[in-house]
Design a protein around this ligand. Structure first.
Ligand SMILES: Cc1cc2nc3c(=O)[nH]c(=O)nc-3n(C[C@H](O)[C@H](O)[C@H](O)COP(=O)(O)OP(=O)(O)OC[C@H]3O[C@@H](n4cnc5c(N)ncnc54)[C@H](O)[C@@H]3O)c2cc1C
Length: 424
């Protein structure tokens, strides 16, 4: 027997299938088609399969009451990762070329969107491990590193965090000061990172640092794998306004010794990190936009559900035109956000340069999400202000969209470059 939470999640998943128009009988848009044989085998398009699997994860996590667990508890995050891996979702987040992935971009968006419709924290756990763990290693690691770490990351047994941002280097990531110095047998790492999500529970933190052993043409940047509990590493979880299950942390790195095999790419390819990080940045923006669609869809669905049930002046509030207009605005914006992400997926899939469209999707979805949740707060009236109403959580989760994957202002800055507008 389904609980009301499970029913709500199942309903959302079904709505997502219908919004994508992906029931088995329907024609699937070309950018979501993926592998035709797989469709024939399973009777579902790969993206529909991904939505169904992610919705099954949501149902199971609701059953396990994962969101009620204490903040940043490794055991709770293990439960999330085990469910995600058991449903095959970690196979999909791994894009080792960043291009021509045979349908994976549509699936990646579908999974992220579906998980985010349940919880921003769950989507964050997936994205950090699949994209910043798996894809980063697949893009930048050498064959020995991939063989050693990828199977456990895919199985959800090895968790990672990705540390780029520093107290003095946020939007201007090129100004990072964390530095790796070459010493016999490896490197010494010194610096400080902030907002590193998942660092408190990660087995490895992928630290982006200036590498004094790399020439300027490699932008003097490498990515180092720092094991949890290494001597010289201090991690302090920071309290956030939402998604504290997956804590963001301050990470102090003091004279940490790293053996040579802990620099991604090894000594031979440690200078190739910069181009890989650019691909990773595009993917991050893409999945953040997809997660915004999931959250907006959940808020819009909840508002409709509430408006039909809540009676005032002897009728459902959904009968009042001012409420109807808000519901219509929310639904329209969710559709537009979804199409922006779908177009970005199509471009990524085709191998064309998708930078402009991905930045537009990230910017547009981040801004419209704020409007959608604000409408949701109005529709629910005072109840929206009280826990455990979902809308209250959506309202707190939404602002992350403005910063994750680069701020909205930075997306506009990048779009301006794509338009050929002069730099300041
Ligand atoms: C919850 C959360 C989790 C995060 N997790 C991670 C993580 O796991 N790993 C990680 O490395 N980072 C993480 N980040 C960091 C995130 O990527 C940064 O917050 C983001 O890049 C912006 O940097 P900043 O916060 O330092 O803002 P700043 O760069 O200081 O920007 C402040 C303001 O100035 C504006 N601004 C800056 N430069 C320009 C410009 N050239 N033109 C116009 N406006 C400009 C910005 O848009 C913003 O409005 C996380 C952030 C948050 C909030």
């Amino acid at each position: 027997m389904l609980t009301s939470v499970e029913e709500a999640v199942a309903t959302r998943a079904n709505r997502q299938l219908s919004v994508y128009n992906l029931s088995p009988a329907n024609t699937v848009p070309s950018f979501l088609q993926g592998n035709a044989k797989m469709q024939a085998d399973q009777g579902l398009a790969p993206s529909a399969r991904a939505v169904a699997d992610a919705a099954a994860v949501n149902r199971r996590l609701a059953e396990l009451k994962v969101l009620d667990r204490p903040n940043s508890e490794r055991e709770a995050i293990d439960l999330v990762m085990m469910e995600i891996a058991a449903h095959g979702l970690m196979e999909i987040g791994f894009l080792d070329s960043g291009r021509n992935s045979g349908g994976d971009f549509g699936r990646l968006a579908a999974i992220t969107e579906t998980l985010a419709s349940y919880s921003g924290a769950v989507a964050s756990i997936y994205v950090v491990n699949a994209v910043f763990g798996g894809t980063c290693l697949a893009l930048l690691g050498n064959s020995a590193q991939k063989a050693r770490f990828l199977p456990d990351i895919k199985a959800g047994k090895c968790q990672v965090a990705f540390a780029l941002t520093e107290p003095e280097a946020g939007s201007d990531a090129t100004s990072i000061k964390t530095v790796a110095t070459r010493v016999p047998g490896g490197f010494r790492l010194n610096g400080e990172k902030i907002f590193t999500t998942g660092a408190a529970v990660a087995d490895y933190i992928f630290v982006v640092a200036r590498n004094e052993a790399v020439g300027m043409e490699g932008r003097q940047v490498s990515v180092f794998m720092v094991k949890q509990n290494t001597e010289g590493l201090t991690i302090e979880p920071l309290q956030k306004m939402a998604a504290n299950l997956h804590a963001s942390c301050r990470v102090v790195i003091q004279d940490v010794f790293l053996p040579e095999d802990m620099v991604l790419g090894g000594l031979e390819r440690m200078d190739a990190a910069w181009s890989g990080l650019r691909v990773l940045g595009t993917l991050e923006r893409f999945v953040v936009a997809a997660s915004n669609v999931g959250l907006a869809r959940a808020a819009a669905d909840r508002a409709v559900e509430f408006a039909k049930a809540r009676q005032q002046f002897g009728k459902p509030i959904a009968a009042f035109q001012s409420i109807q207009h808000k519901l219509v605005e929310m639904r329209t914006l969710v559709r537009a956000m979804s199409l922006m992400v779908a177009h970005a997926a199509e471009l990524l899939e085709s191998g064309a340069d998708a930078t402009e469209q991905v930045c537009m999707a990230k910017y547009y979805c981040a801004e419209q999400l704020q409007h959608v949740v604000a409408c949701g707060m109005r529709v629910l009236g005072g109840r929206a202000y009280f826990q455990p109403e979902d809308m209250e959580r959506y309202y707190r989760e939404a602002p992350l969209a403005l910063y994750a994957g680069g701020t909205v202002e930075i997306q506009k800055h990048l779009i301006a470059r794509c338009m050929g507008l002069p730099a300041a």
